[in-house]
Write a protein that binds this ligand. Structure first.
Ligand SMILES: *[C@@H]1O[C@H](CO)[C@@H](O)[C@H](O)[C@H]1NC(C)=O
Ligand SMILES: *[C@@H]1O[C@H](CO)[C@@H](O)[C@H](O)[C@H]1NC(C)=O
Length: 441
C-alpha cells in the first residue's frame, strides 16, 4: 500500500467511528470536494443559525472598544467551554486562542476581530447598542459569531481533522495593533496558514470576493506640528504665520502622489486633520496637521513616509517655520498568498458555485490582518451581504450600519471548510516526504 493510500486508510478507520462529513465516502477527492457543501448545510440548520444570531445580537448590544473586550471575551470563553474546546486566555489582554483537532501539526488559523467603534448607533431596532457612543459598525460582532459557529462545526466534525485548527479571537483591530500583539505573544509560531474574512454590505449576499497578491494597502498615519510666531493678525510682518506655512505644506504634499509616484503604482496621501488658530485677529503660534498615507508595496510605503517628513520640514522652513513630524502608527499591505488564494477559490467555489466566487480590485483601505500575513501565508476575503429585497445596507463605520444575518451560516461554513480541507490537502506532502524517507531504508 502506497503511503498516501495508507494515510487515507488510517483516516477512513478513524473516520468510520463518528464522521458526519465523510461518513458515506472513503477519503478521496470526491469526498473532499463535498466538505464545503456539507458544512454549509450543517451551518444552515435552524439550531445553529439561531444560536449564531443570538450571539451576534448579544455582542451587538454590548460593544467594547479595543483591549476592553472583556465581556465579549467572556462570552466567547463560555461558549468554547460549553463545546469542550480548549483555549489560551488572556492573550493580548482580551484575546482568546482556541484549539480544535489533533493538537498536532499542521496548524491552520482562522481569525475574527472583536472590537467595536467609538460612535453612536443610529439604527432603531430591538438589539441596538446599549452603550452610548459605542457601536459595532464594522461587523466584528458578526465575525465573532461566525468564528464561534465554525468552532461548533469543527468540534462536531473533530474526528475528520487531520491536524489542528487555531481559532484566533483578536482584540483591537480598528486601532491599537491587536494582530501584532497576538503575534508577539508567540501564539501563532507553528501555524502554517491563516484565513480571515470581512462582511461587506455593498456586495451581493452568497458571494465572496478577493484576489491573489496585494488586496488592501499598507501605510500609516502622520502628525506634524508647524511652529511659527504668533501675533496680531493685522501686523503680519511681526509674526511668523504657521497657518499659511501649513497650507503650503498641504499643497506640497499633493505632489508626492501626482509627481513622484509611478502612476501605475496606486498611492494615497491625505491630510485629514488641520488644527490651529482660534480668533479672527490672532496669528497662532502653531498649527497641527495630520493624515494618512497608503501604498501596496513596502518600498512605496517607505518612500512616502520619508518624503512626507522631508516635504513638511522643508516646506515649513521656506516660510521660516519649524516643524516636527511623527508617525504614530504604521501597517503593512494585505497580500494574499497565491497558493492559499487558490485553496480559497476551490473551497468557496465548491460551496457557493464558482460563479459566486469573484475577483475584486485591490483597494486602499487597510486591515491589521496584514500583520499575520507578514509572518504566515494568509488569505483574506470579503463576504457579501447585500440583498435587494431587504433594501440598501449602509457602509462600514456608518452609524446606520446593519448586518444581514443571513450571511452567518456562509461565514461559519467557509471558515470551517477552509480549515478542514486545508488540513487534508496540505498534510500528504509532509507525510509523503517522511514516506519517501522510510522507503529508503
Ligand atoms: C526654529 O528653531 C530654531 C532652533 O531651535 C530657533 O532658533 C527658531 O527660533 C525657531 N523658529 C520658530 C519660528 O519657532
Ligand atoms: C433576500 O431576502 C429575501 C427576503 O427575506 C429572502 O426571501 C431571500 O431568500 C434573500 N435572498 C438571499 C440570496 O439570501
Amino acid at each position: 500500500m502506497g503511503f498516501i493510500k495508507w494515510v487515507f486508510f488510517i483516516f477512513a478507520l478513524c473516520a468510520s467511528g463518528s464522521t458526519p462529513i465523510l461518513s458515506d465516502s472513503s477519503f478521496n477527492s470526491n469526498g473532499l470536494s463535498r466538505i464545503p457543501s456539507k458544512l454549509l448545510n450543517f451551518a444552515k440548520k435552524p439550531e445553529l443559525f439561531d444560536w449564531m444570531v443570538g450571539i451576534r445580537r448579544k455582542i451587538h448590544e454590548n460593544p467594547e472598544l479595543g483591549y476592553e473586550e472583556f465581556e465579549t471575551s467572556k462570552l466567547i470563553r463560555a461558549e468554547l467551554d460549553k463545546m469542550g474546546i480548549s483555549y489560551r486566555y488572556p492573550v493580548a489582554i482580551t484575546g482568546v486562542i482556541g484549539f480544535v483537532g489533533t493538537g498536532k501539526p499542521p496548524f491552520v488559523a482562522l481569525r475574527a476581530d472583536m472590537d467595536a467603534l467609538a460612535m453612536q448607533e443610529m439604527v432603531e431596532w430591538e438589539h441596538k447598542s446599549k452603550i452610548p457612543g459605542k457601536m459595532h459598525a464594522c461587523g466584528h460582532d458578526a465575525h465573532v459569531a461566525m468564528l464561534l459557529g465554525a468552532a461548533k462545526i469543527l468540534k462536531e466534525h473533530q474526528k475528520d481533522l487531520q491536524g489542528t485548527v487555531v481559532l484566533v479571537f483578536q482584540p483591537a483591530e480598528e486601532e491599537g495593533g491587536g494582530a501584532e500583539r497576538i503575534l508577539e505573544a508567540g501564539m501563532l509560531e507553528n501555524v502554517d496558514a491563516i484565513f480571515g474574512m470581512h462582511v461587506e454590505p455593498s456586495l451581493p449576499v452568497g458571494e465572496v470576493f478577493t484576489r491573489p497578491g496585494p488586496l488592501l494597502a499598507g501605510g500609516g498615519y502622520f502628525e506634524a506640528v508647524i511652529s511659527g510666531k504668533g501675533g496680531h493678525a493685522a501686523i503680519p510682518h511681526h509674526s511668523v504665520d504657521p497657518i499659511l506655512a501649513a497650507s503650503n505644506v498641504i499643497v506640497s504634499l499633493q505632489h508626492l502622489v501626482s509627481r513622484e509616484a509611478d502612476p501605475l503604482d496606486s498611492q494615497v496621501v491625505t491630510v485629514a486633520k488641520f488644527q490651529g488658530g482660534g480668533a479672527f485677529n490672532v496669528i497662532p503660534d502653531s498649527v497641527t496637521i495630520g493624515g494618512t498615507y497608503r501604498a501596496f508595496s513596502k518600498e512605496s510605503i517607505t518612500q512616502l513616509k520619508q518624503r512626507i517628513e522631508e516635504v513638511i520640514t522643508g516646506q515649513a522652513a521656506v516660510q521660516k517655520c519649524n516643524a516636527t513630524v511623527n508617525f504614530p502608527e504604521s501597517f503593512p499591505p494585505t497580500i494574499n498568498s497565491e497558493a492559499l488564494h487558490e485553496h480559497f477559490h476551490k473551497v468557496a467555489g465548491e460551496m457557493l458555485g464558482i460563479h459566486r466566487v469573484k475577483d475584486m480590485q485591490p483597494y486602499l483601505g487597510s486591515e491589521d490582518f496584514a500583520f499575520y500575513q507578514e509572518a504566515i501565508p494568509g488569505c483574506y476575503f470579503f463576504l457579501g451581504m447585500k440583498n435587494e429585497t431587504l433594501g440598501r445596507l449602509e457602509s462600514e463605520h456608518s452609524p446606520y450600519f446593519q448586518i444581514n444575518e443571513d450571511i452567518l451560516p456562509f461565514g461559519a461554513a467557509l471558515h470551517a471548510s477552509l480549515a478542514t480541507s486545508y488540513l487534508f490537502e496540505f498534510q500528504p506532502e509532509v507525510h509523503l516526504q517522511e514516506g519517501k524517507y522510510d522507503d529508503e531504508f
